[in-house]
Ligand binder design. Structure first.
Ligand SMILES: Cc1cc2nc3c(=O)[nH]c(=O)nc-3n(C[C@H](O)[C@H](O)[C@H](O)COP(=O)(O)O)c2cc1C
Length: 201
């Protein structure tokens, strides 16, 4: 019927929406921007998977505030422009052959900072969804110490006017076009194929 084949993929990036984290660099006026795809939400908590080599986890350990900015499909080129960079002035050895230090990913990616209301790091104006959040907990992903699971509580949610259904807190699912990271390719969302019995609009 459906014969299968055992494969050994090097990553399990079957497709998750991208988030751009803004975090504050200690002692630096310019916030850092970190593209991630290991992110999901339950209730008002976002769970993020962050490499311990990155500047984002470094910043969050010192200052547990962030903005989880959700880009749409139109921002793929901006994301890719900052993809080969790190906000870590001393680029970790394991990344040096592919990544370079970039103190201002805003200019490089064509992003505009907008002040947040409840946290220090700014929001990214171009992202249609911007979630101000605070770190609640951190746990190691594995014994090797390669990555950290960050629990972030959402404090305030901003959406572009075009996404808001008037008079409600609902997001217009026809207007929202998230961008997915699937095996290191960028995809936009396809057609709606159904609706859950609990959908409210
Ligand atoms: C689309 C995309 C998704 C990524 N997903 C993650 C992720 O989930 N977790 C992570 O630690 N790094 C992820 N990365 C890699 C980081 O963005 C990269 O290591 C970057 O240098 C980190 O920046 P920073 O050191 O300034 O925080 C992703 C990169 C891209 C382009």
């Amino acid at each position: 019927m459906h014969p299968t084949l055992a494969i050994e993929p090097s990553v399990f990036y079957f497709g998750t929406p991208i988030a751009l984290l803004t975090t504050a660099k200690p002692g630096d006026a310019t916030a850092n921007i970190t593209p991630i795809s290991s992110a999901w939400a339950l209730d008002d908590t976002y769970v993020l998977g962050l490499s311990n080599l990155g500047q984002a986890i470094h910043n969050l350990r010192r200052h547990g505030e962030l903005v989880i900015n959700l880009p749409d499909a139109g921002l793929s080129e901006s994301i890719e422009r900052i993809a080969k960079t790190t906000g870590a002035a001393e680029v970790p050895l394991a990344k040096r052959d592919q990544y370079g230090y970039e103190p201002d990913k805003w200019t490089l990616g064509g992003f505009t900072p907008r002040p947040s209301e409840t946290v220090t790091p700014p929001r990214i104006a171009e992202c249609p969804v911007q979630l101000e959040a605070r770190v609640d907990a951190m746990t190691p992903l594995d014994e090797a110490g390669n990555a950290t699971i960050v629990h972030a509580k959402v404090l305030r949610t901003h959406v572009h006017h075009a996404l808001a259904l008037p008079g409600t807190s609902h997001v217009d699912v026809d207007a929202w076009k998230p961008i997915y990271y699937t095996f290191r390719h960028y995809f936009s969302q396809g057609e709606r194929v159904g609706v859950n019995f609990r959908a409210e609009h």
